[in-house]
Design a protein around this ligand. Structure first.
Ligand code: 13P
Length: 254
């Protein structure tokens, strides 16, 4: 199955507008010769329009880090899918563990947000993954099952052709303690099998499953060598263009 790898940078709450533009411009230049890989960066909201101006002609796709599921209304501080779409956004990260942990997101709100993204033709990057405690209690697969079943409840597979699933074990995020490539492959295989049971085989084979959690230039190639690893969602190591381009230009072994 020929799934195009996706290397995505989640800048979280780092970089002002001008700092985002600077990094995006460097990255656009450094990535102009990259082929057969989708590149995405997700700067903070205030930088989106500014960055879009600069990368429109480049190979880089623009992503947002969140959205709200309502179309419009009295929801102070929130941003709709349509607003993102008009700003040049094509991907949106949904249900990141930091949003689940600090902002009360649940599988149910994730589901509504994916619906809003799909309705506005934004590609949802649905984040799933277990915490350290859940891993210790051997609940990883149970947690992933619930996140998938409830996060994707009510969808037909043909509505989700742009869906990306990001497996981000919470214990590996920002810790420098990445899951091993074998662990990642095992979980990604599990997720693909779950998607197959929940939807169908063709959809499972076509859906990109990417990994996030302490991805760095020195572990990306080994991760990507595995069959079910279709890319990476990179936090800290995506903030610097010279560093991030090393991840984008990983050694391809498959
Ligand atoms: P780090 O790469 O900093 O561990 O963050 C991963 C992440 O949360 C990406 O969404």
């Amino acid at each position: 199955m020929n799934r195009i790898p996706l290397i995505a940078g989640n800048w979280k709450m780092f970089k002002t507008g001008s700092q985002s533009v600077e990094t995006a411009l460097s990255l656009a230049e450094l990535s102009c010769d990259v082929k057969d890989i989708d590149i995405m960066i997700a700067p903070p909201f205030p930088a989106l329009a500014l960055v879009n101006e600069k990368i429109r002609a480049s190979r880089i796709h623009l992503g947002a880090q969140n959205l709200f599921y309502e179309k419009a209304g009295a929801y102070t501080g929130e941003v709709s899918a349509e607003m993102l779409k008009e700003t040049g956004v094509s991907y949106v990260i949904i249900g990141h563990s930091e949003r689940r942990q600090y902002f009360g997101e649940t599988n149910e709100s994730v589901c509504r947000k994916i619906r809003a993204a799909v309705d506005s033709a934004l590609a949802p990057v649905m984040c799933i993954g277990e915490t350290e405690d859940e891993k210790k209690e051997e609940k990883t697969f149970y947690v992933l099952d619930k996140q998938i079943e409830n996060g994707l409840k009510g969808f037909r597979s043909d509505e989700l052709s742009d869906l990306v699933i990001a497996y981000e074990p919470v214990w590996a995020i920002g810790t420098g303690n990445s899951a091993t490539p074998d662990q990642v492959q095992q979980v990604h295989r599990y997720i693909r099998t779950k998607i197959q049971k929940f939807f169908n085989r063709k959809f499972a084979e076509e859906t990109r499953i990417i990994y996030g959690g302490s991805v760095k230039p020195d572990n990306i190639s080994e991760l990507m060598a595995h069959d079910d690893v279709d890319g990476a969602l990179v936090g800290g190591a995506s903030l610097d263009a010279d560093n991030f381009i090393k991840i984008i230009k990983y050694n391809r072994m498959k």
